[in-house]
Design a protein around this ligand. Structure first.
Ligand code: HEM
Length: 510
């Protein structure tokens, strides 16, 4: 069903609200960053690129000659940051000012209010962030290497059975690692939890995307269901159960097992114990439950977005797969699969992973930040409350840093001095900025590297052929806010009998 509000009702309500709320107060001569000229009431609502907005926003930088673009939608102020230096100057160096998130009444009402990604910058967010960081920081994730190796081994074994199912297998592997880490829960085939998260995430993207009028005028939440323009009630009824289910279900599973003394070591059991075991307070238990429920949704799609780009890159650039394979064969040999201890000895595989991060970043238009107080930057006034989108895609396609940015070239990261390599590393941008930088980045990077290093030496990926025997060259298309490519044809097969043997010898728990 459509949840858009009848346009006449919406326009009348919004216009009245804007007029009554002193729309367009003078900024007393302040100079905002450049951007498209706003209309009187709607601001730039009709100028916003609707498809792949990161591309349109990047073009605005050329048009207006600035890495920082300012615009409004009705009375809400926005900025897009297309330039990495501006992103570091503001979101990193001034991160105490720029680490808030915009509030959404709808997201709270639909049940996403446990999700720290959406929390305001304050004590509750800090506590959630602290507990996540303790278990997911650069050093802590080393402890989960065996878990990620098991998940990768299982993935390879399943892929042998049905190589054409590679997309689902990637999703299942990414999700399995996070569920085992978070809850000690073994994700089943087509586990209903996966569907529930998909629905809950649909709710999240819908709320952030179409912008329900109740977010502009929160008091409308009290209108009865029969009132025109209140389809949001229907939306809430449809989606709230999914958000509740992903919060409650797996936590109950782990807690019950923990109470019975048979829970596997996990993020949840560690926190329950840290917080006093059976004497844990209700408040602390809520922190454990809420913070754990975020991880699968935050980490699965983004991880397998990068992994699915690997299959696309191999289909389009067989020479890249060959070079990576030659390197692993030479360094590791053909008697075993690569492991984490090999990472530093495999510079081409490292460059391949970096290029995947850069080519199609998993979050092309990073989640928005919000500034808490007025600020000045290079002569521009940035008003308190401005919602800021880091355009990660624009940063990883900066022509100066990455010449010919649309091409897939792992070589761009090789043969450069240490300082340049550090500056160019796409991990500087693709995981976001400042205090809100991705808390799962090391876990994700560890999983992605191992999966790719193993895939390189075990499976061929090549173009499919049509009914006339002609190769089909897929055209990359990444339409969504989490950058998974549109489905594309390719042929995935086991490399050879040695690869079959190596995979067969791998051990998996069950
Ligand atoms: C390739 C994989 C991933 C990418 C590209 C990615 C990217 C991002 C980005 C861009 C942000 C927003 C940062 C900002 O606001 O500036 C973010 C936040 C976050 N990510 Fe990731 N992420 C990935 C994997 C993961 C994984 C595996 C987990 C959990 C296990 C995770 C958990 C989170 C959380 C909890 C936040 C919210 C941080 C906060 O608001 O304080 N992410 N991620």
């Amino acid at each position: 069903m459509s949840y858009t509000v009848p346009i006449t009702v919406l326009t009348a309500v919004v216009a009245a609200y804007l007029l009554l709320s002193n729309f367009g107060k003078s900024s007393k001569g302040s100079r905002y960053p450049p951007g498209p000229k706003p209309r009187l009431i709607s601001g730039n609502a009709y100028d916003i690129p609707t498809e792949k907005p990161w591309l349109g926003f990047a073009n605005w930088s050329e048009k207006f000659g600035s890495g920082l673009i300012y615009f409004t939608i009705f009375r809400t102020k926005f900025m897009v940051i297309n330039d990495h230096k501006v992103a570091f100057d503001l979101l990193d160096k001034r991160s105490t000012l720029y680490s808030d998130r915009p509030k959404s009444v709808m997201l709270d009402m639909v049940g996403w209010n446990f999700n720290m990604i959406l929390f305001n910058y304050g004590e509750r967010w800090k506590e959630h962030r602290r507990v996540m960081h303790r278990n997911l920081n650069n050093r802590a994730v080393r402890e989960w290497r065996q878990l990620q190796t098991d998940v990768t081994n299982k993935f390879l074994k399943k892929l042998v059975l049905n190589p054409n199912d590679w997309l689902y297998r990637l999703e299942h592997m990414a999700g399995s690692g996070i569920m085992k880490f978070t809850y000690g829960y073994e994700l089943k085939e087509k586990d209903e939890y996966m569907t529930k998260v998909t629905k809950a995430v649909d709710a999240l993207t819908t709320c952030q995307g179409i912008g329900f009028v109740v977010d502009q005028i929160p008091i409308l939440r009290y209108l009865p269901e029969w009132f025109p323009g209140t389809q949001f009630h229907q939306f809430l009824k449809e989606y709230r159960p999914y958000c509740e289910a992903i919060l409650e279900g797996p936590f109950k599973f782990t807690k019950d097992n923990w109470v019975a003394g048979r829970a596997a070591n996990s993020y949840v059991t560690r926190l329950l114990e840290e917080y006093g075991g059976s004497k844990i307070s209700a408040e602390k238990e809520q922190v454990v439950k809420d913070s754990s429920a975020v991880l699968y949704a935050a980490g699965t799609d983004s991880t397998y977005s990068i992994l699915s780009s690997y299959f696309l890159a191999c289909t389009l650039h067989p020479e890249v797969l060959q070079k990576a394979r030659d390197e692993v064969d030479r360094v590791v040999g053909t008697d075993r699969l690569p492991n984490y201890g090999d990472r530093e000895s495999l510079p081409y595989v490292e460059a391949l992973v970096k290029e995947l991060y850069r080519w199609n970043p998993a979050a092309p238009l990073g989640p928005s930040h919000q500034i808490l107080v007025d600020d000045e930057y290079e002569g521009y006034h940035i008003p308190a409350g401005t919602i800021i989108y880091p355009n990660i895609w624009a940063m990883t396609h900066n022509e100066e840093m990455y010449p010919d940015p649309l091409s897939f070239k792992p070589e761009r990261f090789l043969g450069v001095d240490e300082a340049t390599a550090k500056k160019m590393d796409p991990k500087n941008f693709i995981f976001g900025f400042g205090r809100r930088v991705c808390v799962g980045q090391y876990f994700a990077d560890q999983q992605i590297w191992l999966a790719i290093a193993c895939l390189v030496v075990t499976f061929d990926v090549r173009k499919s052929k049509d009914e006339h025997g002609q190769e089909i060259t897929p055209v990359p298309n990444y339409p969504n806010f989490v950058g998974k490519p549109d489905p594309f044809p390719c042929e995935v097969t086991l490399r050879d009998s040695n690869a079959a043997k190596l995979i067969d010898q791998l051990t998996v728990e069950n």
